[in-house]
Design a protein around this ligand. Structure first.
Ligand code: NAD
Ligand code: K
Ligand code: MN
Length: 358
Protein backbone atom coordinates (compact mmCIF):
# COMPACT_ATOMS: atom_id res chain seq x y z
CA UNK A 1 0.00 0.00 0.00
CA UNK A 2 1.26 3.45 -0.90
CA UNK A 3 2.13 5.65 2.10
CA UNK A 4 2.36 9.39 1.52
CA UNK A 5 4.76 11.25 3.78
CA UNK A 6 3.24 14.56 4.77
CA UNK A 7 5.12 17.30 6.64
CA UNK A 8 2.61 19.17 8.81
CA UNK A 9 3.66 22.66 9.91
CA UNK A 10 0.83 24.17 11.99
CA UNK A 11 2.69 27.41 12.80
CA UNK A 12 0.89 29.82 15.11
CA UNK A 13 -2.53 31.07 16.17
CA UNK A 14 -5.39 29.02 14.74
CA UNK A 15 -2.84 27.19 12.56
CA UNK A 16 -2.62 24.42 15.15
CA UNK A 17 -6.40 24.08 15.40
CA UNK A 18 -7.05 23.82 11.67
CA UNK A 19 -4.08 21.59 10.89
CA UNK A 20 -4.97 19.02 13.54
CA UNK A 21 -8.52 19.02 12.11
CA UNK A 22 -7.04 18.56 8.63
CA UNK A 23 -4.84 15.66 9.70
CA UNK A 24 -7.79 13.96 11.39
CA UNK A 25 -9.79 14.22 8.18
CA UNK A 26 -6.90 12.91 6.06
CA UNK A 27 -6.59 9.82 8.27
CA UNK A 28 -10.34 9.20 8.04
CA UNK A 29 -10.18 9.55 4.28
CA UNK A 30 -7.27 7.10 3.98
CA UNK A 31 -9.19 4.61 6.12
CA UNK A 32 -12.27 4.98 3.87
CA UNK A 33 -10.28 4.68 0.63
CA UNK A 34 -8.15 1.76 1.85
CA UNK A 35 -5.73 2.17 -1.08
CA UNK A 36 -3.20 4.50 0.54
CA UNK A 37 -2.09 5.81 3.88
CA UNK A 38 -0.58 8.98 5.32
CA UNK A 39 2.50 9.15 7.53
CA UNK A 40 2.35 12.63 9.04
CA UNK A 41 5.43 14.23 10.59
CA UNK A 42 4.60 17.35 12.59
CA UNK A 43 7.11 20.20 12.94
CA UNK A 44 6.70 22.71 15.76
CA UNK A 45 8.19 25.63 13.83
CA UNK A 46 6.87 29.17 14.16
CA UNK A 47 6.63 31.94 16.73
CA UNK A 48 6.98 29.80 19.85
CA UNK A 49 9.98 28.04 18.33
CA UNK A 50 11.42 31.50 17.57
CA UNK A 51 11.09 32.59 21.21
CA UNK A 52 13.28 29.65 22.28
CA UNK A 53 15.68 29.36 19.35
CA UNK A 54 15.84 32.85 17.83
CA UNK A 55 14.71 31.58 14.43
CA UNK A 56 11.41 30.37 13.00
CA UNK A 57 12.72 26.99 11.87
CA UNK A 58 15.99 25.13 12.33
CA UNK A 59 18.87 25.87 10.00
CA UNK A 60 18.54 22.43 8.40
CA UNK A 61 14.72 22.72 8.44
CA UNK A 62 14.28 22.46 4.69
CA UNK A 63 16.41 19.31 4.59
CA UNK A 64 14.01 17.71 7.07
CA UNK A 65 11.04 18.18 4.71
CA UNK A 66 12.71 18.07 1.30
CA UNK A 67 11.82 14.42 0.71
CA UNK A 68 8.22 14.55 1.91
CA UNK A 69 5.49 14.08 -0.69
CA UNK A 70 3.76 17.30 0.36
CA UNK A 71 3.66 19.97 3.07
CA UNK A 72 0.49 20.96 4.92
CA UNK A 73 0.89 24.44 6.39
CA UNK A 74 -1.16 26.42 8.92
CA UNK A 75 -0.09 30.00 9.45
CA UNK A 76 2.99 32.10 10.11
CA UNK A 77 2.23 35.03 12.38
CA UNK A 78 2.66 35.57 16.13
CA UNK A 79 1.30 38.45 18.23
CA UNK A 80 4.68 39.13 19.88
CA UNK A 81 6.87 38.97 16.76
CA UNK A 82 6.90 41.41 13.83
CA UNK A 83 5.06 39.98 10.81
CA UNK A 84 7.95 40.41 8.40
CA UNK A 85 10.11 38.16 10.63
CA UNK A 86 7.55 35.39 10.86
CA UNK A 87 6.66 35.56 7.15
CA UNK A 88 10.22 35.61 5.84
CA UNK A 89 11.47 33.19 8.50
CA UNK A 90 8.98 30.42 7.76
CA UNK A 91 6.49 30.62 4.91
CA UNK A 92 8.73 32.41 2.41
CA UNK A 93 11.75 30.46 3.72
CA UNK A 94 10.01 27.36 2.36
CA UNK A 95 8.18 28.71 -0.73
CA UNK A 96 11.11 30.50 -2.31
CA UNK A 97 13.96 27.95 -1.98
CA UNK A 98 11.55 25.14 -2.94
CA UNK A 99 10.66 27.20 -6.02
CA UNK A 100 6.92 26.97 -5.36
CA UNK A 101 6.38 29.70 -7.91
CA UNK A 102 2.76 28.98 -8.77
CA UNK A 103 0.31 29.84 -6.04
CA UNK A 104 -3.11 28.55 -7.10
CA UNK A 105 -6.22 29.90 -5.36
CA UNK A 106 -9.59 28.55 -6.43
CA UNK A 107 -12.67 30.49 -5.39
CA UNK A 108 -16.27 29.48 -5.70
CA UNK A 109 -19.34 29.70 -3.55
CA UNK A 110 -19.86 26.36 -1.83
CA UNK A 111 -23.37 24.96 -1.28
CA UNK A 112 -25.18 26.56 1.66
CA UNK A 113 -22.86 29.56 1.84
CA UNK A 114 -24.00 33.06 1.01
CA UNK A 115 -22.01 35.70 -0.82
CA UNK A 116 -22.07 39.30 0.35
CA UNK A 117 -22.90 39.94 -3.32
CA UNK A 118 -26.62 39.32 -3.07
CA UNK A 119 -27.11 39.04 -6.83
CA UNK A 120 -24.59 36.22 -7.18
CA UNK A 121 -25.64 32.60 -7.42
CA UNK A 122 -22.93 29.95 -7.04
CA UNK A 123 -22.38 29.32 -10.73
CA UNK A 124 -21.60 32.96 -11.42
CA UNK A 125 -18.49 32.98 -9.29
CA UNK A 126 -16.05 30.24 -10.22
CA UNK A 127 -12.52 31.54 -10.44
CA UNK A 128 -8.96 30.36 -10.08
CA UNK A 129 -6.45 33.03 -9.18
CA UNK A 130 -2.84 32.26 -10.08
CA UNK A 131 -0.44 34.24 -7.93
CA UNK A 132 3.20 34.64 -8.94
CA UNK A 133 4.88 33.29 -5.82
CA UNK A 134 8.62 33.70 -6.22
CA UNK A 135 9.58 37.28 -7.07
CA UNK A 136 7.94 40.62 -7.86
CA UNK A 137 7.07 42.77 -4.87
CA UNK A 138 8.16 39.93 -2.54
CA UNK A 139 11.62 39.53 -4.06
CA UNK A 140 13.14 40.82 -0.83
CA UNK A 141 15.20 43.42 -2.68
CA UNK A 142 15.50 46.79 -0.98
CA UNK A 143 16.75 48.38 2.19
CA UNK A 144 16.75 51.29 4.57
CA UNK A 145 19.28 54.07 4.84
CA UNK A 146 19.59 56.74 7.55
CA UNK A 147 17.25 54.72 9.74
CA UNK A 148 15.25 56.85 12.15
CA UNK A 149 16.50 60.13 10.69
CA UNK A 150 14.19 62.62 8.97
CA UNK A 151 15.98 61.92 5.68
CA UNK A 152 15.47 58.15 5.96
CA UNK A 153 14.98 56.31 2.67
CA UNK A 154 13.36 52.87 2.43
CA UNK A 155 12.83 50.78 -0.69
CA UNK A 156 11.14 47.51 -1.56
CA UNK A 157 11.99 46.87 -5.17
CA UNK A 158 9.48 44.90 -7.19
CA UNK A 159 11.87 42.74 -9.17
CA UNK A 160 10.63 40.69 -12.11
CA UNK A 161 12.63 38.45 -14.40
CA UNK A 162 11.55 37.50 -17.91
CA UNK A 163 11.95 33.82 -17.01
CA UNK A 164 9.88 34.23 -13.85
CA UNK A 165 7.06 36.07 -15.59
CA UNK A 166 7.06 33.76 -18.58
CA UNK A 167 6.73 30.62 -16.48
CA UNK A 168 3.83 31.92 -14.39
CA UNK A 169 1.96 33.25 -17.41
CA UNK A 170 2.47 29.97 -19.26
CA UNK A 171 1.26 28.09 -16.17
CA UNK A 172 -1.86 30.29 -16.08
CA UNK A 173 -2.63 29.82 -19.79
CA UNK A 174 -2.28 26.05 -19.35
CA UNK A 175 -4.61 26.10 -16.35
CA UNK A 176 -7.13 28.26 -18.22
CA UNK A 177 -6.95 25.81 -21.11
CA UNK A 178 -7.86 22.93 -18.78
CA UNK A 179 -11.05 24.64 -17.60
CA UNK A 180 -14.34 24.61 -19.54
CA UNK A 181 -14.40 28.33 -20.37
CA UNK A 182 -10.74 28.54 -21.49
CA UNK A 183 -10.58 32.18 -20.48
CA UNK A 184 -7.71 34.06 -18.82
CA UNK A 185 -7.47 37.57 -17.41
CA UNK A 186 -3.97 39.01 -17.01
CA UNK A 187 -3.84 41.64 -14.26
CA UNK A 188 -1.18 44.35 -14.10
CA UNK A 189 -0.70 48.01 -13.27
CA UNK A 190 1.07 48.82 -16.50
CA UNK A 191 -0.09 52.43 -16.62
CA UNK A 192 1.80 53.39 -13.43
CA UNK A 193 4.51 50.71 -13.20
CA UNK A 194 5.92 51.36 -16.61
CA UNK A 195 8.80 48.88 -16.66
CA UNK A 196 7.96 45.51 -15.13
CA UNK A 197 4.23 45.64 -15.78
CA UNK A 198 4.74 46.58 -19.41
CA UNK A 199 7.03 43.55 -19.65
CA UNK A 200 4.19 41.40 -18.19
CA UNK A 201 1.82 42.58 -20.89
CA UNK A 202 4.38 41.92 -23.63
CA UNK A 203 5.12 38.44 -22.33
CA UNK A 204 1.40 37.65 -22.04
CA UNK A 205 0.93 38.63 -25.69
CA UNK A 206 3.81 36.35 -26.71
CA UNK A 207 2.78 33.34 -24.59
CA UNK A 208 -0.84 33.69 -25.76
CA UNK A 209 0.24 32.64 -29.27
CA UNK A 210 1.03 29.16 -27.84
CA UNK A 211 -2.60 28.83 -26.70
CA UNK A 212 -4.81 29.73 -29.67
CA UNK A 213 -7.83 28.05 -28.03
CA UNK A 214 -7.63 30.26 -24.91
CA UNK A 215 -9.33 33.68 -24.98
CA UNK A 216 -7.71 36.29 -22.78
CA UNK A 217 -7.92 39.90 -21.75
CA UNK A 218 -5.97 42.42 -19.66
CA UNK A 219 -7.06 44.43 -16.62
CA UNK A 220 -5.47 47.05 -14.44
CA UNK A 221 -5.56 45.85 -10.84
CA UNK A 222 -7.67 48.72 -9.51
CA UNK A 223 -10.33 48.22 -12.18
CA UNK A 224 -10.11 44.49 -11.47
CA UNK A 225 -11.50 44.94 -7.94
CA UNK A 226 -14.56 46.64 -9.46
CA UNK A 227 -15.03 43.90 -12.07
CA UNK A 228 -14.80 41.16 -9.39
CA UNK A 229 -17.63 42.79 -7.47
CA UNK A 230 -19.82 44.06 -10.34
CA UNK A 231 -19.32 41.39 -13.03
CA UNK A 232 -18.05 38.24 -11.31
CA UNK A 233 -19.49 36.04 -14.09
CA UNK A 234 -17.13 37.69 -16.60
CA UNK A 235 -14.05 36.11 -14.98
CA UNK A 236 -12.59 32.60 -14.90
CA UNK A 237 -8.82 32.14 -14.60
CA UNK A 238 -6.84 35.14 -13.37
CA UNK A 239 -3.08 35.69 -13.20
CA UNK A 240 -1.40 38.49 -11.28
CA UNK A 241 1.77 39.45 -9.46
CA UNK A 242 2.66 38.30 -5.97
CA UNK A 243 1.24 41.40 -4.24
CA UNK A 244 -1.72 42.07 -6.53
CA UNK A 245 -2.92 38.46 -6.37
CA UNK A 246 -2.41 38.38 -2.59
CA UNK A 247 -4.88 41.25 -2.26
CA UNK A 248 -7.30 40.11 -4.98
CA UNK A 249 -7.53 36.62 -3.49
CA UNK A 250 -8.55 37.93 -0.05
CA UNK A 251 -11.29 39.91 -1.80
CA UNK A 252 -12.25 36.78 -3.75
CA UNK A 253 -12.44 34.76 -0.52
CA UNK A 254 -14.69 37.34 1.10
CA UNK A 255 -16.97 37.43 -1.97
CA UNK A 256 -17.24 33.63 -1.74
CA UNK A 257 -18.41 33.84 1.86
CA UNK A 258 -15.43 33.80 4.24
CA UNK A 259 -11.67 33.94 4.45
CA UNK A 260 -11.94 30.76 6.52
CA UNK A 261 -12.98 28.69 3.50
CA UNK A 262 -10.40 29.63 0.90
CA UNK A 263 -7.63 27.16 0.00
CA UNK A 264 -4.30 27.53 -1.74
CA UNK A 265 -1.56 25.42 -3.24
CA UNK A 266 2.03 26.64 -3.44
CA UNK A 267 3.16 24.50 -6.36
CA UNK A 268 6.56 23.57 -7.68
CA UNK A 269 5.11 22.34 -10.99
CA UNK A 270 8.37 20.61 -11.98
CA UNK A 271 8.16 18.49 -8.80
CA UNK A 272 11.83 18.97 -7.98
CA UNK A 273 10.68 19.98 -4.47
CA UNK A 274 7.58 19.24 -2.40
CA UNK A 275 4.62 21.56 -2.87
CA UNK A 276 2.87 23.21 0.06
CA UNK A 277 -0.86 23.41 0.78
CA UNK A 278 -2.47 25.87 3.20
CA UNK A 279 -5.63 27.82 3.89
CA UNK A 280 -5.14 31.40 2.68
CA UNK A 281 -6.01 32.87 6.07
CA UNK A 282 -3.49 33.76 8.77
CA UNK A 283 -3.17 33.18 12.52
CA UNK A 284 -6.46 34.94 13.41
CA UNK A 285 -5.37 36.06 16.90
CA UNK A 286 -8.90 37.31 17.65
CA UNK A 287 -10.30 33.75 17.69
CA UNK A 288 -7.22 31.70 18.63
CA UNK A 289 -7.90 29.08 21.29
CA UNK A 290 -11.67 29.47 21.15
CA UNK A 291 -12.26 26.33 19.10
CA UNK A 292 -14.30 28.18 16.49
CA UNK A 293 -11.84 28.49 13.60
CA UNK A 294 -13.38 27.41 10.33
CA UNK A 295 -11.37 24.37 9.17
CA UNK A 296 -12.90 24.26 5.66
CA UNK A 297 -10.00 26.23 4.11
CA UNK A 298 -7.63 23.55 5.38
CA UNK A 299 -9.89 20.71 4.20
CA UNK A 300 -10.18 22.24 0.73
CA UNK A 301 -6.38 22.73 0.67
CA UNK A 302 -6.13 19.00 1.45
CA UNK A 303 -8.29 18.34 -1.63
CA UNK A 304 -5.73 20.25 -3.69
CA UNK A 305 -2.95 18.21 -2.04
CA UNK A 306 -4.69 14.94 -2.96
CA UNK A 307 -5.08 16.14 -6.57
CA UNK A 308 -1.38 16.98 -6.64
CA UNK A 309 -0.56 13.49 -5.29
CA UNK A 310 -2.63 11.97 -8.10
CA UNK A 311 -5.41 10.70 -5.80
CA UNK A 312 -8.29 12.18 -7.79
CA UNK A 313 -11.08 9.86 -6.52
CA UNK A 314 -10.09 10.58 -2.90
CA UNK A 315 -9.92 14.30 -3.68
CA UNK A 316 -13.42 14.15 -5.16
CA UNK A 317 -14.74 12.21 -2.17
CA UNK A 318 -13.32 14.78 0.25
CA UNK A 319 -14.69 17.73 -1.77
CA UNK A 320 -18.09 16.05 -1.85
CA UNK A 321 -17.97 15.58 1.93
CA UNK A 322 -17.00 19.24 2.45
CA UNK A 323 -19.88 20.40 0.23
CA UNK A 324 -22.40 18.19 2.04
CA UNK A 325 -21.29 19.75 5.31
CA UNK A 326 -21.29 23.39 4.13
CA UNK A 327 -24.80 22.85 2.71
CA UNK A 328 -26.02 22.25 6.29
CA UNK A 329 -26.11 25.48 8.34
CA UNK A 330 -25.75 23.47 11.57
CA UNK A 331 -22.10 23.10 10.53
CA UNK A 332 -21.50 26.82 9.98
CA UNK A 333 -18.86 28.39 12.25
CA UNK A 334 -19.31 31.99 13.51
CA UNK A 335 -17.49 33.51 10.49
CA UNK A 336 -20.40 32.13 8.42
CA UNK A 337 -22.98 33.38 10.89
CA UNK A 338 -23.44 30.02 12.65
CA UNK A 339 -22.48 28.64 16.04
CA UNK A 340 -20.69 25.40 15.09
CA UNK A 341 -17.27 24.67 16.48
CA UNK A 342 -14.16 23.48 14.64
CA UNK A 343 -14.69 20.00 16.11
CA UNK A 344 -18.32 19.86 14.86
CA UNK A 345 -17.33 20.69 11.30
CA UNK A 346 -14.47 18.19 11.44
CA UNK A 347 -16.73 15.41 12.71
CA UNK A 348 -19.35 16.37 10.10
CA UNK A 349 -16.82 15.97 7.28
CA UNK A 350 -15.54 12.67 8.71
CA UNK A 351 -19.12 11.36 8.92
CA UNK A 352 -19.73 12.49 5.35
CA UNK A 353 -16.56 10.68 4.21
CA UNK A 354 -17.93 7.49 5.73
CA UNK A 355 -21.34 8.18 4.21
CA UNK A 356 -23.02 8.51 7.63
CA UNK A 357 -24.80 11.80 6.88
CA UNK A 358 -25.18 11.27 3.14
P1 NAD B 1 -6.12 36.56 9.39
O1 NAD B 1 -6.41 35.76 8.17
O2 NAD B 1 -5.37 35.87 10.45
O3 NAD B 1 -7.51 37.10 10.00
C1 NAD B 1 -8.36 38.03 9.33
C2 NAD B 1 -9.79 37.89 9.87
O4 NAD B 1 -10.37 36.69 9.35
C3 NAD B 1 -9.86 37.78 11.39
O5 NAD B 1 -11.00 38.45 11.85
C4 NAD B 1 -9.99 36.29 11.63
O6 NAD B 1 -10.66 35.94 12.81
C5 NAD B 1 -10.78 35.84 10.40
N1 NAD B 1 -10.42 34.45 10.05
C6 NAD B 1 -9.28 34.05 9.43
N2 NAD B 1 -9.26 32.73 9.30
C7 NAD B 1 -10.40 32.27 9.85
C8 NAD B 1 -10.95 30.97 10.02
N3 NAD B 1 -10.32 29.87 9.60
N4 NAD B 1 -12.15 30.87 10.64
C9 NAD B 1 -12.81 31.94 11.07
N5 NAD B 1 -12.33 33.21 10.93
C10 NAD B 1 -11.14 33.36 10.33
O7 NAD B 1 -5.34 37.87 8.90
P2 NAD B 1 -4.59 39.00 9.76
O8 NAD B 1 -5.40 39.33 10.96
O9 NAD B 1 -4.24 40.04 8.78
O10 NAD B 1 -3.22 38.33 10.20
C11 NAD B 1 -2.97 37.71 11.47
C12 NAD B 1 -1.58 37.11 11.44
O11 NAD B 1 -1.51 36.06 10.47
C13 NAD B 1 -0.50 38.11 11.07
O12 NAD B 1 0.64 37.82 11.85
C14 NAD B 1 -0.21 37.81 9.61
O13 NAD B 1 1.09 38.15 9.22
C15 NAD B 1 -0.44 36.31 9.57
N6 NAD B 1 -0.81 35.79 8.22
C16 NAD B 1 -0.19 34.66 7.81
C17 NAD B 1 -0.53 34.08 6.59
C18 NAD B 1 0.16 32.80 6.15
O14 NAD B 1 0.83 32.17 6.92
N7 NAD B 1 0.00 32.37 4.90
C19 NAD B 1 -1.55 34.66 5.81
C20 NAD B 1 -2.19 35.81 6.28
C21 NAD B 1 -1.81 36.37 7.50
K1 K C 1 -2.00 30.24 5.76
MN1 MN D 1 -2.50 37.04 2.04
Amino acid sequence: MKTYRIAAIPGDGIGGEVISAGVEVLHALAQREGAFDFAVDAFDWGGEYYKTHGRMMPENGRDLIRNHDAILFGSAGHPEIPDHITLWGLRLAICQPFDQYANVRPTRILPGIGSPLRHVAGKELDWVIVRENSEGEYAGVGGRAHQGHPMEVATDVAMFTRAGVERIIRFAFRLAQSRPRKFLTVVTKSNAQRHAMVMWDEIATQVATEFPDVTWDKMLVDAMTVRMVMKPESLDTIVATNLHADILSDLAAALAGSLGIAPTANLNPERAFPSMFEPIHGSAFDITGKGIANPVGTFWSSVMMLEHLGEKPAADRLMGAIERVTADTRFHTPDLGGSARTADVTQGVIDAIHGANA
